[in-house]
Design a protein around this ligand. Structure first.
Ligand code: MG
Length: 222
């Protein structure tokens, strides 16, 4: 039998792409494996361990030391929602079928059932013990404050000095909004030792001595 002559996508000149885009299903399987194997947790904890060590080293050297923490995928994990939605990002869906989706953003925040990352909770407790002020800084809007605070309290996260949220109606990228807040914290006399988050926009823009970027292959925000 004669071999079939194949023309394979990717072997002919692509229309405007140097390489074909990644296959989305394969990317989802890889992200599932990264999470379910425990590698995500190990990588996450390794970054927090470095942040903890740096905090212990640097706090005694400055007056009014502080740290700034993002919330989602930094203090609280949205994995139950992310997994239920197969990495989809949408507002609606009542979350009544968890662990199956759909579980939209509004209902998920109202549920206040995001689990804590124990390593980050421990870092916050370390900061308190070493008299380092803790500032939370999230891109979530003010209208969600009560639900997010309830979620944090239920997960044993307390003791922060201030919790900055995005004003309702404000839609600037985090890379613009977050450094401004850190500048306001500095203007109150604090020395920000470190800013910790899962998105590059949690670290960019200065106003912190050092940044720690946590793993997050599951989504990105500006
Ligand atoms: Mg985050």
């Amino acid at each position: 039998m004669a071999a079939v002559t194949l023309t394979v996508w990717g072997s002919v000149p692509a229309a405007g792409f140097a390489v074909p885009p990644p296959n989305v299903s394969a990317a989802m399987r890889a992200a599932d494996a990264y999470h379910d194997s425990g590698a995500y947790q190990k990588d996450f904890d390794a970054v927090i361990a470095q942040a903890s060590q740096y905090l212990a080293q640097q706090a005694p050297k400055v007056s009014h030391p502080a740290i700034v923490l993002d919330v989602d995928e930094t203090v609280l994990s949205n994995w139950p929602q992310i997994h239920a939605n197969h990495y989809g990002d949408f507002d609606h869906g009542d979350c009544s079928r968890l662990p199956a989706g759909p579980c939209g953003e509004h209902a998920w925040v109202r549920l206040a059932q995001a689990p804590v990352f124990p390593a980050t909770r421990q870092l916050i407790r370390q900061a308190e013990a070493e008299h380092v002020a803790v500032f939370l800084l999230t891109g979530r809007h003010e209208r969600h404050r009560a639900d997010v605070v309830r979620n944090l309290h239920q997960q044993g996260v307390t003791g922060w000095t201030a919790f900055y949220m995005r004003p309702d109606g404000e839609h600037r990228p985090a890379a613009s909004f977050k450094p401004e807040v850190r500048a306001r914290i500095e203007a109150q006399g604090y020395h920000i030792l470190e800013t910790i988050g899962d998105q590059p926009s949690d670290l960019s823009g200065g106003h912190a001595q050092r940044g720690f970027l946590l793993p997050n292959p599951f989504y990105s925000v500006e």
